[in-house]
Design a protein around this ligand. Structure first.
Ligand code: KG4
Ligand code: ZN
Length: 338
């Protein structure tokens, strides 16, 4: 059979990314992360859109060049239709449409949340693909969901956050501690040297498999305010222990719901995805669950956890096999259900 080359394009938030897959194997995976948001402590949509416009051409050029192919070798173009920031999505969507039209190849729209899950199907040495059905927990700065995955494109959200995403819980806690944005990786770093039981933070009471993180952030804020009133150097003296305790609680919140989901569905194959799946606390909790509860856990390679285009391309690959192509009338969709 002929080789299938898929060019994937991702621009849903603040990363401009392009990747080329050949028969599901990575040929290139380029991400341009936008630095401009750091000084604002969060993503500024208008600036994100502008940066995507600046980055998209060089990023796609690089992806094609690194894959060592020509534009004429591309079988189809897959792009993120949503969910995400409208101004950001529009850049990738418009570019993908024009390029597909110009090259005369099929256009394939991809749901960003499905793609985070399908990242587990990128052909990688040393990585097993989960068998269907499995549970996927997508945890990032923009999303927190538990999804029952019945097939490549047959997914059911069985739990999700009712307010903040888990990545926000990390980032906002970090901000309270005076750490730069995004603070999640720094909390992780300090947590590794601290005592997770040093301080106790409350876990929210949320029904079913849903999550809530806005109360957690407030609890951290009040705790830090109270402590620094008594001792202005409290954060400085206890940073590692505070981070360890924050991470410990967040991981417990995630694992409590995941255990509940496994129990309710009877499915013990569990995959994670999204930026927060880089967190060492959640990774260790899953390794532990493999031993303790005999779960089969799937943890993606680091470069496929945060937003990337390889995951868009692999989703595109499986749609290509089913000849599920999009019309050129398709548009970006900020809210887009799995
Ligand atoms: O998937 P992602 O790159 O972008 C979206 O939000 O879609 O995820 C970014 C999020 C940020 O909130 C960041 O702080 C968090 O993932 N993150 C981490 C770690 N690495 C990234 N949070 C905790 N521990 C980490 N090691
Ligand atoms: Zn994402």
């Amino acid at each position: 059979a002929e080789d299938i080359y898929i060019l994937g394009i991702e621009s849903s938030c603040d990363d401009t990314a392009a990747a080329v897959l050949c028969n599901g194997k990575i040929q290139s995976n380029i991400v341009a992360t936008q630095q401009v948001h750091q000084q604002y402590g969060g993503v500024v949509p208008e600036l994100a859109s502008r940066a995507h416009q600046q980055n998209i051409v060089p990023v796609i050029h690089q992806a094609i060049a690194k894959a060592n192919i020509g534009k004429k070798d591309i079988s189809a173009i897959a792009f993120t239709r949503g969910p995400g920031l409208m101004g950001s999505l529009l850049v990738g969507t418009s570019f993908a449409k024009s390029l597909a039209m110009g090259l005369g190849v099929p256009l394939i729209e991809v749901n960003h949340m499905q793609a985070h899950i399908l990242a587990h199907f990128i052909e990688e040495e040393g990585f097993k693909k989960p068998a269907f059905p499995f549970l996927a927990m997508t945890i990032s700065g923009g999303h927190t969901q538990i999804v029952k995955v019945n097939d490549y494109f047959s997914m059911e959200v069985i739990g999700e956050t009712t307010d903040d995403a888990v990545g926000e819980a990390f980032d906002k806690s970090a901000k309270i501690l005076g750490l730069p944005y995004p603070g999640g990786p720094l909390v992780d770093k300090y947590a590794n040297e601290g005592d997770p039981k040093a301080f106790k933070f409350p876990k929210p009471k949320v029904s079913g498999l849903n999550f809530s993180f806005s109360g957690f952030k407030t609890a951290v804020l009040y705790f830090i305010e109270k402590q620094t009133r008594e001792d202005p150097d409290f954060i400085e003296k206890n940073l590692k222990d505070i981070c360890a305790s924050i991470q410990y609680t967040i991981v417990e919140i995630l694992m409590d719901k995941l255990k509940k989901a496994v129990k309710e569905t009877g499915i013990s194959r569990v995959a994670i995805g999204g930026g927060v799946s880089a967190n060492s606390g959640i990774r260790n909790a899953l390794y532990d669950a493999e031993k303790r509860y005999k779960w089969q856990c799937f943890i993606p390679k680091f470069e496929y956890t945060t937003d990337n285009a390889a995951m868009i391309a692999i989703a595109g690959h499986y749609k290509y096999l089913k000849k599920e192509f999009s019309d050129f009338s398709t548009t970006a969709q900020a809210r887009y259900k799995i």
